[in-house]
Ligand binder design. Structure first.
Ligand code: CP
Ligand code: NVA
Length: 301
């Protein structure tokens, strides 16, 4: 099976991967070397720190052989068609993981390869991030009934968090400027997969979204590929900055999350990013445990 869209795992699969992620975090040695020799391709069309390193380390911990490929050498869709790159890599590798601009390229790849295809971030989704996000939320509150407020752009990170959260019974409130909300298609996907009465709410009012929330989450205002819009977005998103004033409207013990990299001073202030209740580096660490769990799940006999 593939993991291109976060919903691909289904609720049972998602639950199993999250349980496995918590387990491998506490018992790191238990699964060490348990997938000897499997080859994992990690392809990047955009920059990465966390994803590249956490996936490489997770693969190596399992005894797998990670191979990192960059767009300047592969030329996906430029030097060679997307499909031919997929067909060729499928002959060498046991798992194919890609960070791409165009989500459709992942769908094309998944349709023609035998090896599982994993989405390491596309314009539409960041499902591996959502695994680590839910693992981090679960370290603070049981997922069913918890409330996460996502403040900012209705982007790839928001989409996967919203869909996966709803699948696990977590309420998600999104506050975005007018025109930057998650699309109707993504909202419908989240609502269709919601369990346990989880609700997905969208507002233009960040204070309304944060009021009483268990988790306050934000991401950059301009994602990779939107650099040209950065100045205009900085003006438009200013009222959506997660600062101490906004963070304090959440539960007294609420935690702050961010997928990172952060543009400190824009979407989050230092006093929130460095707050005693900020979980951003636990979240980054969990990328490694969650990817390990995903690899174990996808390569199980
Ligand atoms: N959160 C995340 O995906 O970080 P990188 O872009 O550094 O991989
Ligand atoms: N939304 C951001 C996430 C980076 C991890 C981007 O796509 O650039």
């Amino acid at each position: 099976m593939d993991f291109v869209n976060v919903a691909d795992l289904g609720p049972d699969g998602l639950q199993e991967v999250l349980a496995l992620a918590a387990d491998v975090k506490t018992n790191r040695s238990e699964v060490a070397g348990s997938r000897p020799g499997l080859r994992v391709g990690l392809f990047f069309e955009k920059p990465s720190t966390r994803t590249r390193v956490s996936c490489e380390v997770a693969s190596a911990d399992l005894g797998m052989v990670p191979l990192v490929l960059k767009q300047d050498e592969v030329g996906l869709g430029k030097r060679e068609s997307v499909e031919d790159v997929g067909r060729v890599l499928d002959r060498y590798l046991d798992v194919l993981a890609f960070r791409v601009f165009d989500h459709q390229n992942l769908m094309k790849m998944a349709a023609i390869t035998d090896a599982p295809v994993i989405n390491l971030l596309s314009d539409l989704e960041h499902p591996c991030q959502a695994l680590a996000d839910l693992q981090t939320v679960a370290e603070h509150r049981p997922l069913p009934g918890a409330t996460v407020a996502f403040i900012g752009d209705g982007n790839n990170v928001c989409n996967s968090l919203m869909i996966a959260g709803a699948m696990m019974g977590t309420n998600v409130r999104v506050a975005s400027p007018d025109g930057n909300e998650p699309t109707d298609e993504m909202l419908a996907a989240a609502r269709a997969g919601a369990s346990g009465g989880a609700t997905i709410a969208v507002t233009n009012d960040p204070a309304e979204a944060v009021a009483g929330a268990d988790v306050v989450y934000t991401d950059v205002w301009a994602s990779m590929g939107q650099e040209d819009e950065a100045a205009e977005r900085r003006r438009r998103f200013q009222p959506y900055q997660v600062n101490l004033d906004l963070f304090e409207k959440a539960q007294d013990d609420a935690v702050f999350m961010h997928c990172l990299p952060a543009h400190r001073g824009d979407e989050v202030t230092d006093d929130v990013a460095d707050h005693s209740r900020s979980r951003i580096f636990d979240q980054a660490e969990n990328r490694m445990h969650a990817f390990k769990a995903l690899l174990l799940y996808l390569t199980a006999d």
